[in-house]
Design a protein around this ligand. Sequence first.
Ligand code: PNW
Length: 478
Amino acid sequence: MTRRDFGKAATTVAGTSLLPAGLVQFARAADHLSIRRFPKGFVWGCATASYQIEGGANEDGRGETNWDVYSHTPGKIHNNDNGDVADDSYHLYKDDVQLLKNLGVGAYRMSLAWSRIFPTGKGQVNQKGVDYYDRVIDELLKNGIEPYVTLFHWDLPTGLAGGWQSRDTSKAYGDYAAFVAKHFSDRVQNFMTINEFICFTDLGYLVGQKAPGMKLPPSELFQIRHHGILAHGLGVQAIRANGNAKTKVGLAENPNVFVPVMETDEHVEAAKKATRIGNAPFITALMEGKYIDEYLQTAGAHAPKVEAGDFKAIGSKLDFVGLNVYTPTYVRADSSPLGFSVEHFQTNFPNMTSPWLRIGPETAYWSVRNICDNWKMPTLYVTENGCSADDVLTSDGRIEDTERVMYLRNYLMNFHRAISEGYPLKGYFLWSLMDNFEWEDGYNKRFGIHYVDYKTMKRTPKLSAEWYKQVIAHNAVE
Ligand code: PNW
């Protein structure tokens, strides 16, 4: 007997008062859980980012960015690919809106290329760049899809001397955010300031694996990270000052997600503690409006220079927090001074086709719970979740990405658990609508639920797109 059958049988029998009320309650709860229905009004969407899909790199006055330079530097990107053409969404955006409409999503998370709007990062507005985003946003709205707009998804105008090493970049970002809010807030309600701090700070300036590909000494990183979160703070203030009464502002962050090795009090507590300390430079600083002692001790003499007012901006209250959720970090309680330690991965721990993307469905649940248990949270969205897979077309032109469906289903079941326990998760944006330029992996890693043939630019729905369409239609993961 399945749980569902049991639920039905118990209810029937209960009708004739043969079962104790407690058991009936249990059966109903079990029935409810096996369907995993999402709350009414839950926002279903897909996500993309400007440099990864747009192409049109030299069109209509777009200025050069760090990713143009980096991807054109031989040896930096798999196969020396670049985003000059990408998915050509610059021209094909109407087709892409139809893909979204066909899925039945209510929302689309997209990003703006700063350098289309301010080609050198500041100064004169480039009207043609603004016109492009007006066209995209209007097309979305015409099709009943709400745009959720990220202002910075890593493509930084090279006109900003010093990049994120310079405090001026944070200030320029604030001015850009003011313009965006003033111009678009009549049609866009939800803005995300910044996507994933660690990727454009640590990975860009220390590890050198993303643009601008620098390998600076760790001591310099503290200031660069500070400029990142300062930009966010100035952005929040600018968006609030220039948006309207309906404007909502948040960000899309990928905190390190600590998953307790066992669900016992001590390990759960360890995961909570690790979340606060392990994300000290970013989400912790935003939520607490300061750098915590543990972080300042690590930084020592290299602690960032913080000016008056910085943390007033950085700690600004947000309307929502967006989480990009992918991979787990397993943690256990121990007797070390911090009270926890991170487990190493055995070599056979499973991953999707991107080696970093380890498969830990419970990451979804703990991403929400750890954040909410540490800080009082307003609304949460999953602003990204998805995976790469080695997709190939079958002879009859289909993509049978059963492993992506497996991944998505299991992560979604765990997000559902968080909702069923009362955590305020209000929406989910799948990464990604379609295959696209996967940064240093070029076009070699496919994250889309639509397959893109890069020769013809044809988009083909994968099995996962069919599956996601069902999830949305039923508002449930079955
Ligand atoms: C995100 N990690 O990046 C980005 O926001 C997207 O632009 C990107 O395409 C997508 O995830 C898939 O990679 C991440 O190592 C990159 O944990 C790396 C990690 C997480 C997110």
